[in-house]
Design a protein around this ligand. Sequence first.
Ligand SMILES: NC(=O)c1ccc[n+]([C@@H]2O[C@H](COP(=O)([O-])OP(=O)(O)OC[C@H]3O[C@@H](n4cnc5c(N)ncnc54)[C@H](OP(=O)(O)O)[C@@H]3O)[C@@H](O)[C@H]2O)c1
Length: 309
Amino acid sequence: MTKTVVAQTYGTPEVLELVDIDLPAPKSGEVLVDVKAIGVNPFDFKLYSGAFGTDPEKLPIRLGGEAAGVVSAVGDGVTGVAVGDEVIVSPGNGLYAEQVVVPVSSITAKPAGISWEQAAGLLLVGGTAVDALDTIRVGSGDTVLIHGASGGVGAIAVQLAAARGATVIGTAGASNQDYVRSLGATPVLYGEGLEARVRELAPNGVDAAFDTAGTDEAVDTSLALVTDKSRIVTIVAFGRAQTDGFASVGGGNPASAEARLKARSELVEQAGSGHLTVKIAKTFPLADVALAHTELQSSHPAGKFILIP
Ligand SMILES: NC(=O)c1ccc[n+]([C@@H]2O[C@H](COP(=O)([O-])OP(=O)(O)OC[C@H]3O[C@@H](n4cnc5c(N)ncnc54)[C@H](OP(=O)(O)O)[C@@H]3O)[C@@H](O)[C@H]2O)c1
């Protein structure tokens, strides 16, 4: 048996429950992982909030797309992974649990130099950031605008874009301007007048824009400042991307899934060598998952929210 979080119905975080479930032994090609830390992402609450529909057939819903822990058993035919190995699990489903059985293809060795919390919060946001920056071809000499630069995805994207030699302008709330600067971007407040504030820094517009906020303001500002629409990407405003003719990544797109798998080794290497930092905002016991989701949906400290089983 293991404790796991489920949404028994659709609704607000109060519908989440910690329940005991049977855990099968790992089959061929699978490993059992004792979970040390779990990354919390906005996608997790969208699964039961109704954002993706309210199909009763999908209930109960298990949550969790990334975690880190120790391999405690391996199934037949698993090579290159042994009991005791410290690993990151990503991509995944239902990882809000004390123990999980996952395909060996979903694990990556955890770098020694980062904490369990950082390991659990690295690959989902990191893979998304690499996928988006590659899609808009961010490279040396570019000026790129990143909306939501203080967020989980945005903070990694700022660091990666700066490491590629780009000049980065990043939007954030008032309390996160210094944080965005520390990541390597020139910070700008989102809100009314955003386009004018960015134009003060980039009078001729910017080469590319990455929207992690999904607001009309972020989209309209990107469209006003970037000439080549193939160099605008969103991870949230899928409807606007379709109607306005710019790029989106994620949302079940197989090319994105592939790009993110490929990005794992680079991200782990950069985090392990100290060139990429995952800031942890808060940790919560697994039993406090509803509180974690409630806080993540309101104004919250910058960085990743982590659950500890
Ligand atoms: N398509 C995909 O594959 C994919 C993958 C991962 C995430 N996502 C989605 O991407 C979004 C961001 O995820 P995350 O983990 O980075 O979330 P997060 O850590 O909660 O960050 C949210 C960011 O949005 C900023 N923000 C808040 N209100 C804003 C506004 N009105 N205008 C502009 N920016 C605003 C926040 O700034 P302040 O905190 O400074 O106010 C913060 O930088 C979520 O909707 C998530 O579901 C999509």
